[in-house]
Design a protein around this ligand. Structure first.
Ligand code: ADP
Ligand code: MG
Length: 258
């Protein structure tokens, strides 16, 4: 049942192992509407696996995932791990998650506008004209109107990443998931992408953001999660995590950035 005033995203007790290696060891989190939750932690701590389990790009071994008040129905699969009970429910719930990866993942053989309308038209069944209108508005939001008809190869990395963000926004996601959206960019292009993410935060978008940009995380987040070896070692306001970490590991991790 869909509760009133439900969180945009609720994760309960997520577990995931790869060939005996426990990568997520019971992760729970809740994002209320408008929350910007940054996930920080060392390389290999399970940040990407967490995001990939949330949209079932990886099958969790255990746990519950509720998106915009609707729980994703999962059942044990014979290969191990959990699988969706109903593929159509999974596809529908996935449209509520706007995923932006480290690499830009645009279709190379389609123009920017075609990239943006693909899922609305073919997955959500939105009329083409309506999808184009929405896509144009999202391109304007990320400052890319003039690249409407360009192919991705003619865009800089920063422009490609902004197009990827606009594409995710076209689905009206309840939550945006970002996995190190600036880590593949040349340093001079990082700022333009962070600016777009900051604008989204200010406009009240709910976001779960994996990032190594500590100053940025500190600035835009309502909450910071420090993931350590697949567990939430510490969680709190940016001030708590960066200025007064309670655990030795969080202290060691954030000390270079504060
Ligand atoms: P992070 O994003 O925090 O750097 P990851 O979630 O990518 O960490 O990885 C966590 C651990 O899980 C690492 O030890 C990584 O090698 C392992 N891992 C991730 N994906 C796979 C996979 N598909 N198969 C086997 N091991 C994996
Ligand atoms: Mg990662």
């Amino acid at each position: 049942m869909v509760e009133r005033n439900h969180p945009a995203l609720k994760i309960e007790n997520l577990h995931k192992s790869f060939a005996g290696l426990e990568v997520l060891r019971g992760v729970s989190l809740e994002a209320r509407r408008g929350d910007v939750i940054s996930v920080i932690g060392s390389s290999g701590s399970g940040k990407s696996t967490l995001l990939r389990c949330i949209n079932l790009l990886e099958r969790p071994d255990q746990g519950r995932i509720t998106i915009d008040g609707e729980e994703l129905r999962l059942k044990p699969s014979r290969k191990g791990g959990l699988q969706p009970v109903d593929r159509r429910q999974l596809e529908r719930l996935r449209t509520g998650l706007g995923m932006v990866f480290q690499s830009f993942n645009l279709w190379a053989h389609r123009t920017v506008i075609e990239n943006l309308i693909e899922a609305p038209v073919h997955v959500q069944g939105v009329a083409r004209r309506e999808a184009i209108e929405k896509a144009e508005a999202m391109l304007a939001k990320v400052g890319l109107s003039e690249k409407r008809d360009a192919y991705p190869a003619f865009l800089s990395g920063g422009q490609q990443q902004r197009a990827a963000i606009a594409r995710a926004l076209c689905m009206d996601p309840a939550v945006m998931l970002f996995d190190e959206p600036t880590s593949a960019l040349d340093p001079e292009l990082v700022g333009e992408v962070l600016k777009v993410i900051r604008d989204l935060a200010e406009e009240g978008r709910t976001m779960l953001l994996v990032t190594h940009e500590m100053a940025f995380a500190r600035d835009v987040s309502s909450q910071v999660i420090f993931l350590d070896k697949g567990e939430i070692a510490e969680q709190g306001s940016p001030q708590q995590i960066f200025d007064a970490p309670q655990t030795e590991r969080a202290r060691a991790f954030t000390s270079g950035f504060a």
